[in-house]
Write a new protein. Structure first.
Length: 81
């Protein structure tokens, strides 16, 4: 039995258009840039924190590799399979 044979496809268009303008870098002031992006110190602090977190996770889960630990910690749904 072919289920695709009796399917009716319908395409519609909405006449209302929604637009959100995204500013370019030179249109954003310094204060806003500091809110949106990490500076070098924040990035370094994040990396150190993440490495510490992985090391702590490995202390309690010594049967897995570092790569597996990172997946468990930072990829939601990884261990749901």
């Amino acid at each position: 039995m072919n289920f695709c044979k009796n399917r009716i496809k319908k395409l519609t268009f909405n006449s209302i258009v929604r637009v959100m303008l995204i500013p370019c870098g030179r249109e954003i002031d310094i204060e806003m840039k500091n809110l949106l992006w990490w500076n070098n110190k924040e990035l370094k602090d994040f990396c150190i924190s993440a490495m510490d977190e992985v090391e702590t996770y490995l202390l309690y889960n010594s049967h897995i590799t570092r790569k597996q630990a990172m997946k468990y910690l930072y990829q939601p749904g990884y261990n749901e399979n």
